[in-house]
Structure formats: C-alpha cells, structure tokens
Ligand binder design. Sequence first.
Ligand code: MN
Length: 609
Amino acid sequence: MQFYIFMVVILWLKTYITQLSQFNLGVQGVLQHFLLLINPFGSTLLFLGIAFFSRKRKTFWLMIIYSLMSILLYANTVFYRSFSDFLTWPTIFSGKNLGDMGGSILALLEPYDFLFFIDVFVVLFLLKSKKLTITEKEIGRRKLIGIFSLALGMSFLNLAVAETDRPQLLTRGFDRNYIVKYLGLYNYIIYDAVESTRASAQRVLADSNDMTEVLNFTKSHFAEPNPEYFGIAEGLNVIYIHLESIEEFLIGYELHGEEVTPFLNSLVEDENTLYFENFFHQVGQGKTADAEFMMDNSLYGLPQGAAFMTKGRNTYHALPAILNQHGNYTSAVFHGNGGGFWNRLEIYKSFGYDYFFDANYFYMPEGELAEYGLNDKPFFKQSAYLLEQLPEPFYAKFITVTNHHPYKLDEELATIDKAETGDASVDGYFQTARYADEALEEFFQYLEESGLLDRTLIVMYGDHYAISENHNEAMAQILGKEEITDVDHVHRQRVPLFIRIPGIEGKTISKYAGQIDVQPTVLHLLGIDTSDYIHFGTDILSDEHVEIVPFRNGNFVSPDIFGIDGQYYDPITGTEILEEEILQQAEKIQLAVEYELSLSDQVVNGDLL
Ligand code: MN
C-alpha cells in the first residue's frame, strides 16, 4: 500500500509539472489552476490501482503501468513541441504525423528530458534496496473498493467542476488542449480512445446501399447552373474571408447615429458585388468549424460535436482539392491562432489545402492579441507578405478573430462608443465589429493597390450568430423591439454573404439560402461542373435553387414558412400557421429537411466519399 501511494504521488506531481510547464494550455484564474492540479490525481489513482487486480505480481504490474503512463506523458510532450497538439490514437497507429516529424525528432529533444524517466529508476532502486516494499496480500477487498471509489469520485468531481467552467466540454469537444487542461492528459487519452473507436465503428457499419441512397438524393436535387453566371469568374483567384460572428443586422445598422460597419455597408452598393440579404448560417455545436465545414464541402456539420474534430481523416470533395484538379489552384488558409484548434492541422490536409499559415507564421505582439489569436489588422497586414508568395491562381481563406465572443477590445483600438444596454457582450459587440470592418477595409486597400482585386473573386461570409438567446433583453433594446420572439430569433440567424467579381453588375439578391449552398455557387461561377460531386447545397444563382434552408437542429426557414421546434410560423406576421393546407405543406418540408440532414450525416459518419 505504501508503495502504491508513493507511486501515485510521484506520478501525479510529475504529470502536473509537465502539464504546467510543457504544454501551452492557456490556464487562467484560480479555478482552472486548481483543476490542472487535481486532474491527474483521480486518473493516476485509478490506472495504477488496476495493478491490484493481479493476484500475484502486483509490484510488477504497478511498474508496467507506471512506465506506460510515463511513456505516454513523454511522447505527448515531444509531439506537442512540434505540433502544439496532443497525440491521438489514429495518429499513433497510422504514424502519419509522426512521419512528418521524421528527421526532426532529434531536434525536438531537450537536455532535461532524462527527468521524465529518472523517477522510474529511483523507484527501481528503492525496490531493490528494500526501502520500499509491497506486501502482496495486504490489499483487501475493502481497500480496493475504497481506492476505486476515491478515484472515480475524484474524476467525476473533476468533470463536474470542469463543466461549470466550460459547458459541453465533452460533447462539443472543440480542442484537445481544452480536454487536457480540464481533465488531464490521461483522461484525455481515454476520451480520445472512445471517440476514435466510435468514429471507426460508424465507418465499418456503412455499406454501399448508403451511397446509392445519397446519390439518388443529390442527383435529383441538382440545380442546373444559370448560364448568365456560369464561368463568369473562370480562372480568377479566389479569396474567402471568414467574418467571425458578423450578424446580418449589423449591415446598415446605426448606433449613436453612426454606421457600425461603414465598409461592409459600402459593399452592398458596390458595382461588382452580389449581396445576399436572406442568407442564413446553419451551424450546430461546432459553430466556427461547422461553418468552414459547410463552406468547403457543402456537407452539414454533425448533430453533436464538430466534424472537424472527429472526422479529420475522412475523404472529402472539398473546395481546395476540386480547384486544384480543375484549375491547378494553389490553396492556403491564414489564421492567427494555433493550428491545433478545431483540429485544423489535420482536417485541412484531408480537404487538400496546400498551406496552412497558423500562429507560427505570424508575429504576435502581446498588445495585439485577441481572445483567439492575433487581431485582424496586423493579421491581414502580415498575411499580405505570405499571400504574395502564392503562385496564381490561388484559393486563399482568411479566418478573422477579433470580433469573437466576449467582444472585448482595448480602449485605444475602439473607434465607436459601446452600446448602453448594460449587457457587456452586446455593448462591446459594436466595438469589435467596427474594428473588424476597418481591418477589412485596410485589406481591400491592399488588394486594390497590389492589383489583386481585379483578378480575384472574393467571398465574405458571417460564420454564425454572435449574440445568443440569453441576451434577448439587450437585443430587444438594440433592435427597438418590445421583446424578441422565437420567430424574431430565427430571423436573426441571418449572416451577411458577399460575392465580389471584377466586372460584373452588382446587386442585392433576396433569395433564401444558407452556407451549404456557397460551394456549388462559387464552383459554377468559376465555370466548374459540379454534377458529379456529392453536395447537399445548390447554386443560389440557379433558377432551380429551392429556397428552403435547414438548420442543424431540424428547424428550417423559407420565404413563406418558418419551422421552429415542430411548430410552423408565418415569417412576416410571426403568427402560428393554422390553415390545414399550408400545414400539410409545412410538414412535408419538415420531413424533407430531416431526411436531407440524416443523409448528410450518413455521408460524414460513414466516410462514404
Ligand atoms: Mn466563429
């Protein structure tokens, strides 16, 4: 027993010190530090306790488990030095990323690394010299139950406290760093094992009939391209700008008598820009990642969690790969945050991106850091140098971060006063949105001066809502309403979409559409036939585009009917629909929406592509 306790304490401390000093987990505040301290305790108790199930060779098994845990700890430390991310089981088994590390592995070792294993030798020495002993019969059933109750109790307590600080930690699973920060490295390893087993089980269970069903659906829903637009942007560079948390209501909105986003507003009137005023985000729990997933693949995100995290190794018909095959495009993503976030490093490879310029490629001064990376203005400025290295034609995606919840901005960067609702997120939102708008204007100036503007198709989209239902009271004040009803809330799921093409005639398009529709729309503008791809969206500019937009939770919007939690509403009056004839039609749409979502899930879960 004494030996076991000794081992638990040493491994606990070793793990804690490693988590604190070797990983960049962004631990903030007393609660998170406390969690980091206690989270290895429950798992070391538990895993080392497994040795007691062996009848005879308890000491031997204790040493084996102890060494394995030490090896996992060290392997993750070395991997993290290269990728700022943790090992996953698929990585270990396929050796894919490990191969990339290849020759550089020696360069990743540090002189102090022997410390990771010195304890193993100390313990062996203590055992040999009989300073520590374990009596094989000593562990009775009572003690065993005690140990495991304590271990599981600690783990559940840990999880419960973590959930209060970061709700939906396990179900959304946004970042491996978060799991390690809150639950510790060993629990992360278990979590990852469960997730990857589930993913591969879904893949194994898929069969060829699943694909036939999907093909029937996508073929019958294909929308013929509009000849007026097909190929109008052929051969141009493509730039996507991911406008973090920009809601559509901002366009044209005035606060304190000032426009909040004057630059975006000017683009609505721009002679070369199509503006889509009834464009909806369709994200689920994966939010930012879901938006990217839909924009690049025309596949829906998953009903739970983020496909980015769990489906990073699937095969995709993604935009960068299609553009590479049909126009020899070079593709790159620019993002001033760590590449491991949302598992981007891995899934971007599956999408076919050639380059991913993450935080490692940017100079990140202390004063220019937003909650999720480098502020937009320096981000765009520094990106320009990298962009100039790309051979044309290119497809480049820029992911902004400053206008991110909780919408805080340094006072000296703010150029508009906050709103005055008393709700900190809502009030600050206008300052960060204004900042994002100015950053965008600067980037456009660069594009113009460099000549790129004349040979580039630019797509700009809001990724998802910014202000959740919890802030309805403040939003009612902002929108000058008495209250925000469920129907109002659904109206508020609009995000802006701009498509700028040099030389075309700009206008505002009122068709209902969603993020799922952008990929086929853009491909048709570039003159690429999409009829052979599995896409769930349709070309918005096509006459055959159907104006029904499914939300990830099964709700839907269309110009005449909103479906919200199984009830149907008139979008204009906001009243419930009672006429039998329209109700029947609404129910039909509801079923079609659910069918479409389930087919998309079938493709993603079964890795059917
Ligand atoms: Mn986002």
